[in-house]
Design a protein around this ligand. Structure first.
Ligand code: ATP
Ligand code: MG
Length: 453
């Protein structure tokens, strides 16, 4: 889609005021402007401000090159190998500044870059075009500066391509994003078949934004997702995990969970789990939605993203337990069976996304201790278990399993929840289980220690 004449909405006709913009972002915008560069607020922040939501972060785009941006700010570092971005650091904030680019380059980590470079190897470049297509139309390298209009059209959805111009506080729309924002539509910029093949992660983003904002996905995008959903498995596994965390930490997971199942994206991201979810009509799907709701509640209560280990353990707990039970039925004790099951299920070769090892190990621990909530484990075990740092998040998982009807609810009564709240409100990943205190050595009978003089 090429739009040459942008729609410009003056300050008097939109609702964005500078009071809603983070001071750090304003400083960046004004510094660039003072130095005669173009400086726009871009992406999700403009979208959110226009519909009265609080933006998660503020991204700036400019015509200054990263090197020039770096010279303007004392605390600024260049990041990204393929397309350089600037991170301008403030006491409590970080503002990402990008130079207008002609097409999209996801900002991924070093591993992803190496993977992409490997994909590129052997792919013939056509002339001087920086864009490299590999693996059936997927963009794996792309690094050219561009104009504001080019920068707008390389973005994913029309509602994400609006600019706020600090010169006159106007909103600039190159792609019809304002109309779509007004109508509540997620529409791909350009042909969704091409855009989703170029970067399959966009399909997941479409579903995320639709659920988050309560918008509809336009029919062309919908049918493109139907066509290409399997390609999500070809996305860079680290980026896919990052996007997955945005989905699960969004606070709108209840709607997204359903939407991901319906759009058949969950069956690509977590294939075995999604297959299990839909294999039997015994309420699994309903309990999955319950789990999503629980995670949303957790987020609201703590005003922080749900730790990823707790997210996996609550969302997939019932599934893990079934697999663990199959192992224990063959004589394997619960604890190693849990470690093995979770380790295998979340291993990099089992999923198209890379779940960090530290996360899968924590999930494994949360599942491994679920057995200790059984009545037969009370007594001394009970007290020692409570002292462990894994206890509080594990109790949260156990509580969910009780509520979902997978445990007798009276088992829960024996465990008061005072401890759980403190640890869970920290919002951090579950710390490693503290090793058990060594039992005090008994004095041999009959022997008495000599009295201290
Ligand atoms: P959020 O509120 O979740 O941060 P966002 O729209 O700001 O939403 P980001 O992931 O922060 O999403 O991306 C910032 C902007 O970069 C987007 O608004 C969009 O314009 C662009 N963008 C991000 N990912 C893609 C992509 N895969 N393809 C094209 N453009 C993208
Ligand atoms: Mg953002």
């Amino acid at each position: 889609m090429k739009s040459t004449v942008p729609k410009i909405v003056p300050r008097s006709e939109h609702r964005i005021s500078r009071g809603q913009i983070a001071p750090a972002a304003l400083t960046v915008l004004y510094t660039l402007k003072r130095n005669r560069y173009l400086a726009f607020l871009a992406g999700g922040s403009v979208r959110d401000l226009l519909i009265g939501r609080k933006p998660k972060d503020f991204d700036v785009v400019t015509d200054a090159t990263p090197e020039r941006v770096k010279k303007l700010f004392r605390r600024c570092r260049l990041v990204g190998r393929r397309f350089r971005l600037c991170h301008v650091l403030f006491a409590n904030d970080l503002i990402e500044v990008a130079t207008f680019r002609s097409s999209f380059v996801p900002d991924v980590g070093e591993t992803a870059v190496a993977a992409a470079d490997a994909e590129v190897a052997g792919v013939k470049r056509s002339g001087k075009l920086p864009r490299v297509m590999a693996r059936e139309g997927m963009i794996v390298r792309d690094n050219e500066y561009g104009t504001p209009a080019e920068d707008a059209v390389r973005r994913d959805f029309t509602i994400n391509a609006l600019f706020y111009d600090i010169r006159d506080f106007s909103v600039i729309d190159h792609v019809g994003g304002l109309d779509d924002l007004r109508r509540g539509i997620i529409r791909s910029i350009g042909d969704p078949h091409i855009r989703f093949v170029e970067d399959p992660v966009r399909m997941l983003r479409a579903v995320r934004f639709a659920a988050l904002l309560g918008f509809d996905i336009d029919p062309a995008c919908r049918s493109a997702i139907q066509c290409h959903h399997q390609r999500l498995a070809m996305a860079n596994s680290h980026r896919l995990y990052d996007e997955w965390l945005k989905v699960t930490g969004s606070g709108a997971l209840t709607d997204m969970g359903n939407a991901l199942l319906e759009a058949e994206l969950l069956c690509v991201i977590l294939p075995d789990f999604a297959r299990w979810l839909t294999a039997a009509k015994d309420g699994r799907r309903r309990r999955f939605v319950m789990a999503c709701r629980r995670l949303d509640e957790w987020r609201r209560r703590n005003n922080a993203p749900v730790p990823s280990d707790l997210m996996f353990a609550i969302m997939m707990g019932e599934y893990f337990e079934e697999l663990i039970a199959a192992k224990t039925a063959q004589g394997m004790p619960w604890f190693p069976a849990a470690l093995q099951t979770v380790g295998k299920t979340l291993a990099p070769d089992a999923l198209p996304m890379t779940v960090p090892r530290s996360v899968s190990q924590n999930v494994a621990r949360l599942m491994a201790v679920q057995n200790r909530f059984r009545p037969e484990y009370r007594g001394g075990h009970h007290r020692r278990f409570r002292e462990q740092t894994v206890f509080a998040p594990a109790l949260e998982v156990f509580r969910f399993l009780c509520e979902a009807g997978k445990r007798p609810p009276e088992w829960l009564n024996a465990w008061d929840d005072a401890g759980s709240r403190d640890a869970l409100t920290s919002g951090r990943e579950t710390p490693k289980t503290r090793s058990r205190r060594r039992p005090r050595r008994r004095r041999p009978r009959g022997k008495k220690t000599a009295p201290v003089a």
